[in-house]
Design a protein around this ligand. Structure first.
Ligand code: BG6
Length: 480
């Protein structure tokens, strides 16, 4: 079941949407131009909107900016391996038409044997149509004799129960090995590098536990609000949008045991989050024209209490991590774009030198990918002062010719290669929802009226944040 034998048709469902034009098609082109798509490949976009082939291809390639004449020529070729078919998501007839289009294209490409007709279905769709689309595909477009793969994008439900329902519905149609649940953070270069950092460096392997590490901070900051996405966001909020998935994946990689056991174990040891370990916020206007969350036109509920910022302390109850807070922080409309992990080590016992700061290992996921260690050394020269400096691996300085692939490129390639290791497994998904569901239900319950602090658009976040992180052990004495 694993080899595509050089031939595949990739069907992008929801190809008229935002995700398709911003991520899926640019990633497909990235793979195509570097020769990573199979030789015999065709891409079929499918969505409800009626459009001509030309309108569709212009739409899905609008974010692709060729950097040379050669790339420009490749883009023209790429356009020729694309087709668009419009149809409904809940009508058998539309799906049968799609199947006919696929068969015709496959025949034209010399794929006469049914067993050579491999199909990848990429769902770039809103959650409301996941199930009807999966059913339509299974009944009318799935090729029993070839390889079929289904790529699904989050949100995978809103809590444990709805995620299980979705999982059961998909599981009744597709085998687990046919399903690829994308969490695009797992495709990011620096997220993938965590394992090598931990397990290929002997000094980390032995200092990676509660004896040496005081606290861990995993931060996600975005400098823009939810402008235009208020409809989606208000239903989900920041915890479901980026924490239950992206940041928890990062936490898992930081905290898991050597891969001889599985990562799922660590998730099962996280105790449910308590309200007192939580700080929730929502942004307000900056007084200079940047709108507050509630002022967004796309937001229907003008009294919404959906958090756009959250800081949560998670505790892993196992031998390695007992008592070490893992603080997840995420916010929209902040002062900068930054995603990073800070692993703050304990104080050096004995205090031989003044002015020593804690060691801190920083993994900068984006932008400016880097790994650096804050450490103490003697001030060079005649002084005996201790100063803080960095051991610094900045990818753009060290690997000057490197073009870091987009997360989606690397993940689509994994799908073609049948490599599930960077996708979300069903048991992992269930464990991650268990951690967040009780808290989310409390937040969603209007009777509870949980505290929600405010912060101005473009600020560093709520004022209360400093005290919050300090309360969980973070020593800010030498931190930016
Ligand atoms: C998505 C969220 O999953 O991730 C968005 O829905 C968020 O709200 C995005 O902006 C962040 O991804 P990246 O790759 O830009 O860090």
């Amino acid at each position: 079941q694993s080899e595509l034998n050089g031939a595949v048709t990739i069907v992008v469902l929801g190809s008229s949407g935002d995700l398709a034009k911003k991520k899926t098609y640019p990633a497909l082109f990235g793979l195509y131009k570097n020769g990573f798509l199979p030789n015999n490949v065709h891409i079929v976009g499918y969505a409800r909107t009626k459009m001509t082939q030309e309108e569709h291809i212009e739409r899905v390639t609008q974010y692709i900016k060729p950097k040379s004449d050669e790339e420009q020529a490749k883009l023209q070729q790429f356009k020729h391996i694309n087709t668009y078919q419009s149809g409904l998501y809940d009508q058998a007839e539309s799906w049968m038409q799609l199947n006919q289009v696929l068969e015709k294209l496959e025949t034209e490409r010399g794929l006469t044997l049914a067993s050579s007709r491999n199909r990848v279905f990429y769902m770039a769709l809103p959650p409301s149509v996941f199930i009807p689309v999966a059913q339509g595909i299974k009944q009318h477009v799935y090729n029993d004799q070839g390889i079929n793969r289904l790529v699904v994008e989050k949100p995978f439900g809103k809590d444990t129960e709805s995620s299980n329902e979705l999982g059961d519905a998909l599981g009744a149609l597709f085998k687990e090995e046919e399903i690829y649940r994308i969490d695009h953070y797992l495709g990011k270069e620096m997220v993938k590098s965590v394992m090598n950092l931990r397990f290929a460096n002997i000094f980390f392997a032995h200092a990676w536990d509660r004896q040496f590490i005081d606290n861990v901070q995993i931060t996600f900051k975005e400098p823009f609000g939810t402008e235009g996405r208020g409809g989606y966001f208000d239903e989900f909020g920041i915890i479901r949008d980026v924490m239950q998935n992206h940041l928890l994946q990062v936490l898992t990689l930081i905290a898991m045991e050597r891969p001889i056991s599985t990562d799922i174990k660590v998730l099962k040891c996280i105790r449910p989050i308590k309200m007192e370990d939580t700080l929730l916020g929502q942004y307000v206007g900056d007084g200079n024209g940047k709108p507050g969350y509630l002022e967004d036109d796309s937001l229907k509920n003008k009294a919404s209490r959906t958090p756009t910022f959250a800081a949560l302390a998670l505790f892993i109850e196992n031998e390695r991590w007992e008592g070490v807070p893992f603080v997840l922080k995420a916010g929209k409309a902040l002062n900068e774009a930054k995603v990073e992990v800070r692993i703050q080590f304990k104080n050096v016992p004995g205090n031989l030198y003044d002015n020593t700061a804690r060691n801190e290992l920083v993994i900068r996921i984006q932008p400016k990918e880097s790994i650096y260690m804050k450490f103490n050394s003697k001030q060079p020269g005649l002084s005996y002062q201790t100063i803080q400096t960095d051991l610094d691996l900045s990818y753009h300085d060290r690997y000057t010719d490197l073009a870091i692939p987009d997360a989606y490129e690397s993940l689509i390639l994994d799908v073609l290669r049948n490599d599930h290791s960077n996708f979300v497994r069903d048991d992992e998904l269930e464990a991650s929802w268990k951690i967040f569901t009780p808290l989310l239900h409390t937040i969603d319950d209007p009777q509870q009226h949980l505290p929600l602090v405010t912060y101005p658009y473009g600020s560093r976040g709520p004022q209360e944040l400093n005290a919050f992180v300090q309360n969980f052990g973070y020593d800010r004495s030498d931190s930016s």
